[in-house]
Design a protein around this ligand. Sequence first.
Ligand code: FAD
Length: 382
Amino acid sequence: MSRHVGVLGAGVTGISSAILLQRAGYLVTIIAKDFPAGFETIDPVTQINYTSPWGGAHNRWVPPHPSNPQSVFEHPLSTTTFSHMKSLFTSHPKTAGITFLKGIEYLESPGPEYQSLTPAKAAELNLPGFRLLSPDEFPDSKVTWGCEYETYCVNPMVYLSFLLRRFVHRGGRIHKHTLRSPVEIFSLSQPVLKNGQVDAVVDASGNGFGDDANMFITRGQTVLVAEECDATVTRQNADGSWTFCVPRGFEGGTVIGGTKEVDDWECSPRLETRERLLKMFAGTYPKILGGKGRMTVMADIVGRRPSRKGGPRIEGEVVGLGGGEEEEKKGFVMHAYGLGGRGYELSWGVAERVVEGVEGWFSCARRDATATLLGTLDQEGL
Ligand SMILES: Cc1cc2nc3c(=O)[nH]c(=O)nc-3n(C[C@H](O)[C@H](O)[C@H](O)COP(=O)(O)OP(=O)(O)OC[C@H]3O[C@@H](n4cnc5c(N)ncnc54)[C@H](O)[C@@H]3O)c2cc1C
């Protein structure tokens, strides 16, 4: 009989991991407090810590560079994700919630990772459609470096609803539940979990469970406007601020961003921020206005990126499950949280690591079981 894996979390990390675990042949149940739904119905206050609805979400290449070890770790995850997105888009162009389009970058003060990014280097890094822009293509004289490439955007709730539907259609189970710890999942059984007790757990909780001192939040305020845009455009200013747009497609409008405010817990949008974001983006990419004086605001968005010092935690942990008088039982939790501002663009790469971790644990457990059996046979002199 197949092993049963419980995935804690129904954001982009949990659902992508659940799908790849299912594909690898496991019975999978997703257990979470929040699940994807129509974007219009997700509550901006009570569900603010469910980050996936509030993401853009676009893929921006972050060139890996030795000066930034996290970028070196994450780059292969982003190229793996790109391939999965391309294949999903090709097979389900009208339903998956994915749009392939041009990505444009403008930088006022590029660091070494951009300055060393030549077309040859971009080809080596698997950045499709890469082209350096010439200065006459820059929006103004403050921009000193620019490029374009092929990329994708997702409409988060269209995309995650599509993935969740596929998961359930293929036999996956879901269960709405609030947990105190990932370890608690080992104690759930029938009738709560239709497939019975789990053999391993994936912690895709976004933030971890408050016992990880490296976690912090990065508040992001963006504006959803009705205008469409032909590219996802990002500008990094010399003062550290950003302006960008993420066309969500599928009649989801375009996200104009955005702020990155460390440890800022304010959940209401700031109106002066909205005005600044709209002005900055229109100044950089006036095409979005379509000749009008102002964009049509549909909603303000505030989200909390689940950031982590040193990068995401993608690692397995053997946990004690108690055992009363008997020897303590052990369980395996595969952590996959702390994806910060890159949860979508790293999602399939992270999911592949999750499957590797779970498979590694089961093969160790099989080896141990075989060793115990052989030991028993030996002792019994058989
Ligand atoms: C403004 C903004 C813009 C962004 N733009 C982009 C972008 O352009 N590209 C990109 O790749 N990323 C972007 N991000 C980041 C991206 O949205 C996140 O990295 C991603 O959504 C994290 O997903 P996750 O599945 O790890 O966590 P979450 O989406 O937070 O999901 C966590 C899941 O765990 C469940 N859970 C947590 N605790 C418990 C508990 N105690 N009991 C039961 N269930 C629990 C939740 O209910 C939920 O289902 C952006 C984020 C913000 C805020």
